[in-house]
Every structure is written in structure tokens, then in C-alpha cells.
Write a protein that binds this ligand. Structure first.
Ligand SMILES: Cc1cc2nc3c(=O)[nH]c(=O)nc-3n(C[C@H](O)[C@H](O)[C@H](O)COP(=O)(O)OP(=O)(O)OC[C@H]3O[C@@H](n4cnc5c(N)ncnc54)[C@H](O)[C@@H]3O)c2cc1C
Length: 370
């Protein structure tokens, strides 16, 4: 068992959780990451960590104490506005709430700090994966380096290069793109916008569009202007002016979230694999997280599921000698839980970006308890 060679492609929350739990159980896997370093690109805003998935995985990794240092239990409020700026839903009683927010970058750093140097190989982009005649797979990295592993794990996100080894499925564009932007030091610079957004997650929904704001650490307000645009749209030209025109007639306070955002505006088209995506088990290769089941972010399950997958697979691999059986069992459990979340996420994005999106999101938040 100690000799099993595991190669993980992708140092996102899923791949790093897998590597960490293997490491604490005596297996040093290798993680190949195409980014040059941890500071290569901003990691995006906050995620809420759910008790049964993200937080469970963190506990399996022995990192609950470290997590509590970066978790923001105070940022769990929810608000919904209509396009005229009327507040139609408010949940600010945090009693019994257990979905603390954490910045993606801090979560990733916590996982990276928990691994010995050298486990993550930065600047290592996978370009090909080939089956070996004697079992296992050879990974080829940009620059020509090749390495053989008994088990390779595709934790390489939406456009996984490992996925084609097990499945022909490709992610499909949802029709909705989120343009990510943000305001630094919002409490100091724009206290009225800080109040509008509150401490947590805020939606303004109408006309098949949405402005979403979420509180990050360090006084940063993350903002997404979200709308239906054709596939391939990149928002060329003056993106801010384009977005303000799209939200013409909306409440001025809501529009200011776009007007006052910093220069960095990144379109994030929302893609999803077919609900219920699965494959026939194949020895020596598997997937986790978005590579296996990328879905719309409504439900906030993606990173939580990726970490749960990482924990589930790691615990299976360290539990006995039949590692091939452990992978098969992991896949069956993962397919089931991902299908349920993906179905909800697919329905939610269709509903929120429909003519009666506001009613749908209010009903969903009421059902959810905020
Ligand atoms: C707008 C938006 C908002 C979201 N909000 C939430 C939320 O609130 N809560 C939540 O739980 N989820 C949310 N998600 C989903 C969440 O971001 C993903 O589900 C999660 O990051 C998946 O983790 P992962 O480890 O599977 O993959 P990723 O985080 O995508 O990590 C994959 C890693 O693989 C690397 N990689 C890719 N290709 C290669 C290659 N060829 N070679 C080497 N390395 C490679 C990438 O650089 C990356 O570091 C959101 C997603 C979007 C788009």
C-alpha cells in the first residue's frame, strides 16, 4: 500500500484535500498544478463551508482549528432586493447557523501550508495522459517531463484533461455569465454600499438578470453582474458601460455596485456537465470535484463537494489493501451525491434567470432558512 503511486492533477480545493488526507495517513502523492505559484491569479471570493461536506472534509484533514482561524461565522446574513431596490428578504439572525464563509485564497493557502514542500509541483501543466501496458498511467507535462503512476486523479476542474479517459461528456454552457468584480475597503470608501450588501450574501434579481454581492475578508466586497449572454461572449469594449446599460432602470444604489467596482472585471461563463454524469469504472484513473460534476454555483455546493470527494477518496484509499475497489466504491457514492446537487443547481439557475426569478429565489431562500 505504501508503494502505491498517486498522481493528482489540479491544486484546487478537491485535489489539495485529497493530498492532505493521504499525507496524514502516510501516502505522499504528487499534485501537478499548471499555475506558476500560489499567487499566480486571484482565487476569487468567499465560499460558505457546509457542515456535512466542506467542514467534514476539513475535519478529516485534521484542519478544523486552522479553519476556525480563517472562517467568518459573522458573515452568514442573506438579503434579496428587487430591481427597484426594495428589500424583499432579510435573514440576519445567525443563531444556529453553521455555514461560515471563508475566502477561497485563504482556504487554499491553509491546505497548501498543511503539505510538505514538493508535494505540489507548480508550473506543471498536464498536456496528456496515456495508459501504460503494465497498468497505470503516464502523465506528460508541458516541457516534456513524463511520470508514471498507479492511480491518476483528475482534480483539474471544468475543462479536465483527465476526463476524456473515462467519459465523452463535455460541459454545456448554461446561457448565463457572471462578470466578477469587487470593491476594496468598502466600509471606508462606500459605507452606504456596505450597508446595502450587509454581512453575507445579497441578491438583486429581476428581468432575467441579477447583481450578486458577497462580503469577503479584509473589507472587500465581491460583486457579480450576472446575465444571459451568448456562449463565447467576452464583454469586449467598455464592459462597465455595457453592464450599466444592461441594468438601466434599476435602483441607483444597486447600479453603483457596478459603477464603483475596481478595474478588474472577469466574465465567468457558467458551464455544467449533464446532471447524473457518470462513467464505467476504469482501473487506475478517476475524477473528483468539478472535473467529475461541474454544476451551476446556485446551491453553493461545488467547492464543498470537491472537498468531500477528496476526503471520501482518500479515506477509501487508506482504509485497506484493495485500492481499486476503494476507487470503485468512492465513485458510486460520489455519483449519487453529485447528481442530487447538480439537479438542484440546474433548476435554480433556470429559475433565477427567468421572468419570475425574484419569486423563485425568495422561495428558495425561505425554504433554505436563509
Ligand atoms: C462564479 C462562481 C461562484 C462560485 N461560488 C461557489 C460557492 O459559493 N460555493 C462553492 O462551494 N462553490 C462555488 N463555486 C464552485 C467552485 O468554485 C468549484 O466547484 C470548485 O472550485 C471546484 O474545485 P476543484 O478542486 O474541483 O477544481 P478547481 O477549483 O477548478 O481547481 C482545479 C485546479 O486544476 C488546475 N488545472 C486545470 N487544468 C490543469 C492542467 N491541465 N494541468 C495542471 N493543473 C490544471 C487549475 O489551475 C486549478 O488550480 C463557484 C463557481 C463559480 C464559477
Amino acid at each position: 500500500m505504501g508503494k502505491l503511486r498517486i498522481g493528482i492533477v489540479g491544486a484546487g480545493p478537491g485535489g489539495l484535500t485529497l493530498a492532505r488526507i493521504l499525507y496524514v495517513n502516510g501516502i505522499e502523492a504528487v499534485v501537478f498544478e499548471r499555475e506558476a505559484s500560489t499567487s499566480d491569479r486571484p482565487q476569487g471570493g468567499s465560499l460558505d463551508m457546509h457542515a456535512k461536506s466542506g467542514q467534514y472534509a476539513i475535519a478529516c484533514a485534521g484542519l478544523t482549528t486552522d479553519f476556525r482561524r480563517i472562517a467568518r461565522y459573522e458573515d452568514q446574513e442573506s438579503r434579496i432586493y428587487d430591481k427597484d431596490g426594495r428589500q424583499v428578504f432579510l435573514e440576519e439572525d445567525l443563531t444556529g447557523k453553521d455555514r461560515p464563509e471563508v475566502d477561497r485564497g485563504q482556504l487554499r493557502q491553509m491546505l497548501l501550508d498543511s503539505l510538505p514542500d514538493g508535494v505540489v509541483r507548480w508550473g506543471s501543466e498536464l498536456v496528456a495522459a496515456m495508459p501504460c501496458v503494465d497498468g497505470g498511467f503516464e502523465l506528460e507535462l508541458r516541457g516534456g517531463v513524463r511520470e508514471r503512476f498507479d492511480l491518476i486523479v483528475g482534480a483539474d476542474g471544468t475543462w479536465s484533461r483527465i476526463r476524456p479517459l473515462v467519459s465523452d461528456a463535455r460541459p454545456v454552457y448554461s446561457g448565463v455569465t457572471f462578470v466578477e468584480m469587487g470593491i476594496d475597503d468598502v466600509d471606508v470608501g462606500f459605507p452606504e454600499l456596505a450597508r446595502l450588501a450587509g454581512r453575507g450574501l445579497t441578491f438583486a434579481v429581476g428581468e432575467r438578470k441579477a447583481i450578486i454581492a458577497h462580503r469577503d475578508s479584509g473589507g472587500h466586497l465581491g460583486i457579480y453582474a450576472s446575465l444571459r449572454v451568448p456562449e463565447g461572449w467576452t464583454g469586449s469594449g467598455d464592459l462597465r458601460a455595457y453592464l450599466l446599460a444592461q441594468f438601466e432602470g434599476w435602483d441607483e444604489g444597486l447600479r453603483r455596485l457596478i459603477a464603483e467596482s475596481g478595474e478588474r472585471m472577469v466574465p465567468r461563463p457558467i458551464y455544467a456537465l449533464p446532471v447524473g454524469h457518470r462513467w464505467e469504472n476504469q482501473a487506475g484513473v478517476t475524477l473528483l470535484g468539478d472535473a467529475a460534476h461541474v454544476m451551476s454555483p446556485f446551491g453553493g455546493d461545488g467547492a464543498n463537494l470537491a472537498m468531500w470527494d477528496g476526503a471520501d477518496l482518500a479515506l477509501g484509499l487508506v482504509s485497506g489493501s484493495d485500492w481499486r475497489g476503494a476507487v470503485r466504491d468512492y465513485e458510486e457514492r460520489m455519483f449519487g451525491r453529485a447528481e442530487a446537487c447538480a439537479a438542484g443547481a440546474a433548476e435554480a439557475i433556470e429559475e433565477v434567470f427567468s421572468e419570475d426569478g425574484l419569486e423563485h429565489i425568495v422561495a428558495a431562500m425561505r425554504g433554505h432558512g436563509g
